[in-house]
Design a protein around this ligand. Structure first.
Ligand code: FE
Length: 335
């Protein structure tokens, strides 16, 4: 299997620099253009070429099918559920690195060392600037209150992002209360859950609903798009919290494949991605939060204000995903 080759900027120096024979192959669910500038600076610093293949769907199936012949060294993906799926499929290997353990706080990496978080994002409320007062949205639990009837939009409840939030609801309040919450939220929807997080903000802009659930970074993505900037301008970010916790956060992360043909070079790239320099650029490009403490958020992300992240454990969150899916189906959330 040949990866689409991205020619590193230093390729012209290949004859003079034998280290360029080193390479890393990355399967990425993240858009290559978002990470290319970062990979270019890694190559410039280390002489290691990075070949990136954008794998939108079927990441796990592909790695399983390729088995020990997989050319992939690293997997970059988003959401703890998807990181957990790659690990559960048995196609990753543990990575022991003092650098990774120093840079990435324990809550953002697998105790079994199979995956490492690189950025975090919060699942928040987009609220109409015109129709929602300051302080009107406070908790996730409150979204099931009948006062919101006909005012809420969201993407499907069975999408990984909402299953993560639902899994957190289960961890805070138990399955019965979480099911009631999902039923109450569904009863408050202005329309059938369809489309992306950004499509819900468009609905607020169009006057179809007043608040929506969405991930923080989509504000940055909308502002960067001439058409969507208008949607973004109609809302503000509100960080709800759980009644007994904080704001729901999830991660993007990296794992090393079991097959990794270029293990040493792959480890260097993982460590680079956790460095101050890379953390600031990587999080900034994606409008996310760096996981390494002390690394600055971008000015835009900073402008969204401070929040207290929820303290539920990401591994436990992944463990509750099956229950979250079952309960969403029981209340026919997407029906
Ligand atoms: Fe997303």
């Amino acid at each position: 299997m040949k990866l689409p080759l991205v020619v590193p900027p230093l390729i012209a120096l290949a004859l003079a620099a034998p280290a360029l024979a080193d390479e890393v192959n990355v399967y990425s669910l993240r858009q290559p253009e978002l990470i290319q500038p970062l990979l270019d600076s890694f190559t410039a610093e280390t002489g290691i070429a990075v070949n990136i293949a954008f794998v939108d769907k079927g990441m796990v199936e592909r790695l399983v099918a390729e088995g020990s012949r997989s050319p992939a060294d690293l997997v970059l993906t988003v959401d703890i559920a998807r990181l957990a799926q790659v690990v559960e499929a048995g196609v990753t290997q543990p990575v022991t690195s003092a650098v990774l353990e120093a840079n990435i706080p324990a809550e953002f990496r697998d105790p079994g060392k199979q995956w490492f978080g690189l950025t975090s994002r919060a699942r928040i409320v987009y609220a109409s600037r015109e129709r929602v007062a300051d302080g009107e949205v406070t908790t996730y639990e409150d979204l099931a209150d009948p006062k919101w009837q006909g005012r809420i939009c969201t993407r499907p409840g069975t999408h990984d992002y909402n299953l993560g939030l639902m899994a957190a609801m289960i961890l805070h309040h138990g399955e019965a209360a979480a099911r009631d919450w999902a039923a109450g939220l569904k009863a408050n929807l202005a329309k059938k859950p369809e489309g992306s997080d950004r499509a819900q903000v468009k609905s607020i802009w169009a006057g179809e609903c007043d608040i929506s659930l969405g991930n923080t970074y989509y504000m940055g993505e909308m502002l960067a798009d001439p058409e969507q900037a208008e949607w973004a301008g109609s809302v503000r970010i509100v960080y709800p919290a759980f009644e007994d916790g904080g704001t729901h956060v999830n991660v993007s992360g990296v794992a090393m494949t079991k097959a990794a043909p270029n293990r040493a070079a792959a480890l260097k790239l993982m460590e680079f991605l956790s460095s101050d320099e890379a953390q600031e650029i990587y999080a900034g490009l994606n409008h996310e939060f760096p996981v390494k403490p002390g690394v600055a958020r971008s000015d835009l992300v900073e402008s969204w204000g401070a929040f207290r992240p929820d303290t539920v454990n990401l591994m436990e969150l992944a463990g509750r995903r099956p229950a979250a899916l079952r309960l969403m189906e029981e209340v026919n959330f997407d029906g």
